[in-house]
Design a protein around this ligand. Structure first.
Ligand SMILES: CC(C)(COP(=O)(O)OP(=O)(O)OC[C@H]1O[C@@H](n2cnc3c(N)ncnc32)[C@H](O)[C@@H]1OP(=O)(O)O)[C@@H](O)C(=O)NCCC(=O)NCCS
Length: 216
């Protein structure tokens, strides 16, 4: 059943039927960024944007080298659903002007109304708050557009930038998984981070004051 059968517009009402791809993975914008739903045609720009091995230090996998293979993978992902239909697999390509900076992803478990989030940016884009801005927009959409109730992220304990980013968004560490994965010759431990959708604040949090404030 499409959204129109439910009176149109509210994707959350039709989450368990089959809303259109454009409704579950729409274009999003932020003050500085444009988040395009990832499609096969993005493969060449993503091969370039994600070419630096530093983007893969704390995650399995390596820079994509074969645009054709990436194009096939992206085409396969355009269904936005797991083969069993239990999950939405949502992917956006993040642009600043004409520059593709990276990708952000959400795996939405429909029955639980929870989403795992992930992101990879090229080093040229790091340290400018782009990742936080893009992920914040995605969380807002997941909460307000799809009525997701809880977010989670698993992060390698060595990945200081990713931990800082997710903590800035309000996630709290809830677990430590020792030996969570094994890649690039070593075993990795992961922190599990969680954030309830009701606790998520879409506006940037106020940075903590140095205490005592300078000048007092
Ligand atoms: C994780 C990643 C997206 C963060 O990107 P970013 O551009 O640094 O993110 P932002 O600029 O939005 O902010 C990240 C925060 O971490 C801080 N940070 C950045 N690099 C850091 C580092 N090496 N150590 C500690 N903190 C760091 C930033 O100062 C910022 O904190 P602030 O808000 O207090 O200023 C980026 O490092 C990346 O793509 N890494 C490779 C892929 C990856 O590991 N993905 C995550 C898998 S779980």
């Amino acid at each position: 059943m499409s959204a129109e059968h439910h009176g149109g517009g509210d994707v959350s009402l039709t989450l368990f039927s089959m809303p259109a791809v454009t409704e579950v993975n729409p274009p999003l914008t932020t003050p500085r960024l444009r988040l395009e739903p990832q499609v096969a045609a993005h493969a060449p720009v993503m091969v370039a944007a994600l070419a630096d091995p530093r983007s893969y230090l704390y995650i399995p996998g390596n820079p994509p080298s074969d645009a054709k293979a990436l194009q096939r993978r992206f085409a396969h992902q355009e269904s936005r659903r797991s083969p069993d239909g239990a999950e939405l697999w949502l992917n956006w390509v993040v642009y600043c002007g004409e520059d593709a900076l990276g990708t952000i992803q959400a795996t939405v478990r429909l029955a639980a109304r929870t989403a795992d989030v992930a992101y990879v940016f090229g080093p040229a884009a790091w340290g400018k708050g782009y990742a936080a801005e893009a992920v914040r927009a995605m969380l807002s959409f997941l909460r307000d557009g799809l009525r997701v109730e809880g977010f989670a992220a698993n992060i390698d304990t060595r990945n200081a930038a990713s931990r800082r980013l997710i903590e800035r968004l309000g996630f709290m560490q809830t677990d430590l998984i020792v030996g969570a994965d094994h890649f690039k010759g070593s075993s990795s431990d992961e922190y599990v981070y969680k954030l309830s959708a009701s606790a998520f604040s879409a506006s940037p949090p106020i940075p903590p004051l140095d205490f005592p404030p300078a000048g007092l």
